[in-house]
Design a binder for this molecule. Structure first.
Ligand code: CUA
Length: 363
């Protein structure tokens, strides 16, 4: 950088490099590099050691997690570089006693430096965006032998629709998918915007009224994982939680078979009566919102069933399940409890649940 010949009385302009030169530049730059390298190494080690995500239950989750790690490795040095320069300068070039009236030397730009600090982040960003795009495209690729599941969001529950082998559409309050099976979810909403989120699948997409959105997944690990709503959708938003069950093929086929079977024929075949407590705690998920000592649940979003069911008869209990807005317990708002248990529960499940709660109420 050239120093301009300044007219008399006008302060001379000092370039950034000269400013650094006046302060033993190599010493400062070297010190910042060493501090930066150590902080980067420590930062990346910490970033990679943190357990950011739940277990990987889908094949997509492996690639998403690798992308996340690469983003961390690329971001830490940038963050460290900026912080080291700022903090080092604050300490090293701070105002010292006797310098109160000094303004410091005026500095003008350094074109070479500006080109470098624009080009490097630009290249970095384009590279990372390209990588993220490749991961996304791979996740969204249509695959052979894909199973379709229609997901419907409504205040405040998800309902999952499956096609039985004979082409009938059946509804379930819980999500079941066979391990290893490519699945395409088509997401719809019956009222407001919700967001279908299964963290263990690294899957998340809005449910928008009037629009079908879709997402694909390949479940790779059997187990049960939370299904959430990730869009503030009303008073019961936090209760919009269900379970995704990744099961082996035989378990799935048996489950789908039971789901598709009309209640009348199911009874005749000697099928075991549905376990009412399991329906309460798991299938319908009542316990997530309701306290019931008999079932060991302690939800507080809905009325405490140990109190409000005392002395109630079966018809009241049935109505409270299938038409929850008909009578609202004092202190609670209508519309928080899903309105569709009459559709998502099988008739024999509903009967078992009503019977179970009637017995608890009569105690
Ligand atoms: Cu649905 Cu939040």
């Amino acid at each position: 950088m050239d120093r301009e010949q300044a007219p008399a009385g006008v302060r001379q302009t000092t370039s950034a490099s000269e400013l650094v030169a006046n302060r033993e530049p190599h010493g400062d730059v070297l010190r910042m590099l060493v501090i930066g390298a150590i902080a980067t190494a420590v930062g990346i080690a910490i970033a990679l050691a943190i357990d950011w995500f739940p277990i990987q239950a889908s094949r997509e989750s492996e690639k998403v997690d690798t992308l996340w790690d690469v983003l961390l490795i690329a971001s830490v040095p940038v963050f460290v570089l900026v912080e080291v320069v700022v903090l080092y300068s604050v300490i090293r070039f701070r105002m010292r006693p006797g310098e109160e009236l000094k303004d410091g030397p005026p500095v003008h730009g350094n074109t070479k430096l500006e080109i470098v600090w624009t080009a490097i982040p630009a290249i970095l960003l384009v590279g990372l965006c390209t990588y993220a795009y490749v991961v996304l495209t791979d996740a969204e690729k249509a695959r052979a032998n894909t199973m379709n599941v229609r997901v419907e969001g409504q205040q405040f529950t998800w309902t999952f629709f499956y096609r039985t082998p004979d082409g009938k559409e059946v509804a379930s309050p819980q999500l079941y998918v066979p391990v290893g099976q490519p699945v395409k979810f088509t997401i719809q909403s019956r009222d407001v915007i919700h967001d279908f989120f299964v963290p263990a699948f690294r899957l998340k997409i809005d449910a928008v009224p009037g629009i079908d959105t879709s997402i694909r997944i390949r479940p790779k690990r059997t187990g049960s994982y939370p299904v959430l709503c990730a869009e503030l959708c009303g008073l019961g938003h936090s209760t919009m939680r269900q379970t995704a069950h990744v099961v082996d093929r035989a378990t799935f086929d048996a489950w789908l078979g039971r789901l598709g079977k009309p209640a009348a024929s199911a009874g005749g075949g000697g099928t075991a009566a549905p376990d009412a407590k399991t329906i309460f705690t798991d299938t319908a998920g009542c316990g997530g919102c309701h306290t019931l000592a008999e079932a060991g649940t302690n939800g507080t979003t809905g009325p405490d069933l140990d109190k409000v069911l005392k002395g109630k008869d079966a018809s009241f209990i049935r109505q409270s399940i299938v038409k929850p807005n008909a009578q609202i317990a004092p202190g609670f708002q209508p519309g928080i409890m899903p309105q569709n248990f009459g559709q998502t529960l099988q008739p024999d499940q509903l009967d078992a649940l009503v019977d179970y709660l009637s017995k608890v109420a009569a105690k």
